[in-house]
Write a protein that binds this ligand. Structure first.
Ligand code: MN3
Length: 203
């Protein structure tokens, strides 16, 4: 397969006022693009070239940091853009909505738990909603550009929602106020897409 730098599914200013235009533009065209370029350059002359990222992540502990950091950056941002939407604001729907209620008690208690994971991730990283390897819906966070698909993950599994808590994701608008950015995130979550991902995972 050929690696793809995905289109942004909406305009740079579509998530205003929750995520500002300039942050989106720099985040997508500079940060995400750099992960893509460095990953594709780094993987090119190895025998893993063309392998799906999910396959590469299963053995990431044996691979160079360049592949881990940039492959993670490529995957994580591709998912991130997909689970955001200017038509967010909704409630978790479908089978995912039911599973969230079952696993966390309510959507609000899920948001609190996910928000804690995002706020307490020291330095740069991501917060995740994932299905763990026992099939259970759970919350985790990871440093840098690691993710739950990697063999080094604290809680391995399949990601549904990821929230980027690197300062480059929020500093222009929110500066040191990461919790405000986390709260704003809930206004732009694409629950339809999240449910689609969940239903694909559980088959
Ligand atoms: Mn980022």
């Amino acid at each position: 397969m050929e690696y793809k730098f995905p289109d942004l599914p909406y305009a740079f200013d579509a998530l205003e006022p929750y995520i500002d235009r300039m942050t989106m533009e720099i985040h997508y065209t500079k940060h995400h693009k750099a992960y893509f370029d460095k990953f594709t350059a780094g993987i090119k002359d190895t025998d893993l070239d063309g392998q799906p990222l999910e396959t590469i992540f299963k053995d990431i502990s044996k691979l160079p940091a360049l592949i881990r950091n940039n492959g993670g950056g490529l995957y994580n941002h591709s998912l991130f853009w997909e689970i955001l939407s200017p038509n967010g604001k909704g409630e978790a729907i479908g089978q995912l909505g039911n599973a969230i209620n079952q696993a966390f008690g309510s959507l609000d208690s899920f948001k609190a738990k996910f928000g804690d994971a995002a706020a307490n991730r020291f330095g740069s990283g991501w917060a995740w909603l994932l299905v763990d390897n026992q099939g259970k819906l759970t919350v985790s966070s990871s440093p840098n550009q690691d993710n739950p698909l990697m063999d080094i993950a604290e809680i391995p599994g399949k990601p549904i929602l990821g929230l980027d808590v690197w300062e480059h994701a929020y500093y222009l608008k929110y500066q040191n106020r990461r919790p405000d950015y986390i709260n704003a995130f809930w206004n732009v979550v694409n629950w339809e897409k999240a449910n689609e991902i969940y239903e694909t995972i559980i088959g």
